[in-house]
Ligand binder design. Structure first.
Ligand code: ADP
Ligand code: MG
Length: 315
């Protein structure tokens, strides 16, 4: 902004020149008026006026040129910044295109990996049934089976992200979806002491959504909340209606998200957990977008996070 206001020294010179012209015209006028010469009064006055007008004209021209130059300078600066923005957008589009191609390729690859993985897992299951295996061999077979299961889960999440199925819309009573989410989340505590709080506004209107996908989203958020919470804390699941939309919130009082990570929460494969996939939130985000809703994350003023699932009241 400062730079736009600063004036080119050459333009100052133009100004100085025009002021000089006006000054010369004025001096000549005065001289013409006061010096006794061979001219008669009306002729002298006319000459003076002509000289004055000439001076003014020159000054006007100089000022006009100065204004034009200033205008062009600002315009070229503006064009420069527009060019930079266009370039950045173009780069962004190229990147998105590359990512989309990469996404399609890796989705195909993930699909291909699944078949041999199923064979390995099947073979491990057959081996496990063999009673002649010694304990060390049995442990190895268990490792193979467990790792196959983990990889299969990862591939399923990845494929859900890359190609989520289209939502199957139904008119749904939210309270039922929330209850079944809470029941499922109860299995995810794995010995931790976590209290669940349910705050559902009475008389919530029925909403059009895919209940299965909504439950998947909420369960993912609940499991993240449980994992982030210390022993003895409460995780709240709330639902309210207003402004033509229904908002379901998962609120925890856990460790929260580091400021440097906030922008990366919905990036595929972003995880801070040793055995995390980093696909829970991006899949949930994708599902909500397909349902015509949204998923937002906010840090709580005191501690912990709030994830808000927003659904339009009417589709
Ligand atoms: P994953 O759970 O496999 O790591 P997610 O996509 O579900 O993958 O979450 C990505 C990351 O976001 C997590 O690793 C964690 O760092 C952060 N995160 C998600 N939910 C919460 C939460 N409720 N509190 C704190 N951090 C969270
Ligand atoms: Mg998760």
């Amino acid at each position: 902004m400062e730079q736009v206001k600063r004036i080119d020294p050459r333009l100052w010179m133009l100004w100085a020149l025009s002021v000089l012209i006006v000054a010369v015209a004025l001096v000549s006028t005065v001289l013409l008026a006061v010096l006794p010469a061979g001219f008669a009064w009306p002729e002298r006055t006319i000459a003076a006026i002509v000289l004055f007008v000439f001076g003014l004209g020159a000054a006007w021209l100089a000022a006009h040129e100065y204004r034009q130059k200033e205008r062009y300078r600002r315009l070229s600066k503006k064009l420069g910044s527009v060019y930079e923005k266009v370039q950045a957008t173009f780069e962004g589009m190229k990147r998105a295109e590359r990512l989309s191609a990469l996404g399609q390729l890796s989705a195909g690859l993930a699909h291909e990996i699944r078949n041999p993985l199923a064979s390995i897992s099947g073979a491990a299951a057959i081996l496990r049934r063999d009673r002649s295996l010694d304990p060390k061999q049995a442990r190895c077979v268990d490792i193979i089976a467990n790792e196959c299961r983990r990889l299969d889960g990862l591939l399923t999440s990845f494929l859900n992200f890359a190609r989520p199925r289209a939502p199957r819309f139904q008119t749904v009573e939210l309270a039922a979806v929330l209850d079944s989410t809470l029941a499922l989340a109860d299995h995810g505590v794995h010995g931790k002491i976590i209290h669940f709080e349910r705050q559902v506004e009475p008389k919530l209107p029925p909403v059009e959504c895919d209940p299965e996908q909504l439950e998947q989203v909420l369960l993912n958020l609940m499991l993240n909340a449980i994992e982030a919470s210390p022993d003895g804390e409460t995780v709240t699941l709330s639902a309210s209606a207003g402004d033509g939309r229904i908002t379901i919130r998962v609120i925890d009082r856990g460790h929260g998200v580091a400021p440097a990570h906030v922008d990366r929460l919905f990036d595929p494969f972003f995880t801070t957990k040793e055995h995390g996939t980093g696909l829970g939130l991006p899949v949930a985000h994708q599902i909500m977008r397909q349902m015509g809703g949204a998923l937002q994350a906010h840090g709580n003023p005191d501690r912990g996070m709030t994830f808000s699932v927003i659904l339009p009241a009417k589709r």
